[in-house]
Design a protein around this ligand. Sequence first.
Ligand SMILES: O=C(O)CCC(=O)C(=O)O
Length: 246
Amino acid sequence: MHGVDSAQLRRDYQQDGVIRIREFLSLSEVAAVRAELDRYIREDLASRPADAATREADGTTVRNLWRLEQHCSFFRELADRQEIFDLVAPLLNGVPVLGGVETFNKPARIGSGVPYHQDNAYFCRTPPDMLTIWIAIDQVTAANGPIFFVKGSHHGGVLPTKPSGVRGNSIGLTAPSEVPLADQFCGLLNPGDATIHHCNTIHHSAPNTTDASRLGLLLVYHGQHVQTDPQLKAAYDVAVSLMPPA
Ligand SMILES: O=C(O)CCC(=O)C(=O)O
């Protein structure tokens, strides 16, 4: 991460609820993340709790890894970097706290889609000072299931939700956004690039039917001052009980 104009980033983030940062990680860091994810899945995952991962419909291929900051020191250390805390502090309006490290693997041919949702339906925080840094480990193309974000939608608060029935994304919006896909922000990324989105920004992604994997590493942070919103939490608990683990 270099040459970032943090004042401009903050303005864009406040206006759009999503920003893109080129070369957030170097290619050698991307290679190290990929190697560690492969090692963790091969050597460690079997000994971690069942809710450490969600699988695709084939029952074996990893769709998501959850709580990597608890299960793997490599990812805890990556997410605890001071330069990342410095970057996100102004976006969170306070002192950053690491909320989690996850993956959305979107494997080739079988990677499932992600329904229209707002992350705060999962995070359940008030005020909504929480965000996700989504780092491309693979190239994200128009074909392999990029994330589409509805710019400015974070200004509208948390919209009505319903259980989605999607494993790994248990709660979605009752109605998809009316903003046409062509007007949404498409997160096309080179390996190492990242997007940062606000927890109330509406987003979604299509299944991956291509031969190219679309692996993303997610770092989630919130301000130290946020509280749990009991109403949001009650709705989330219902959805997750129907489709655990997330
Ligand atoms: O990776 C994806 O396709 C979706 C990720 C997502 O929903 C998120 O970052 O909150």
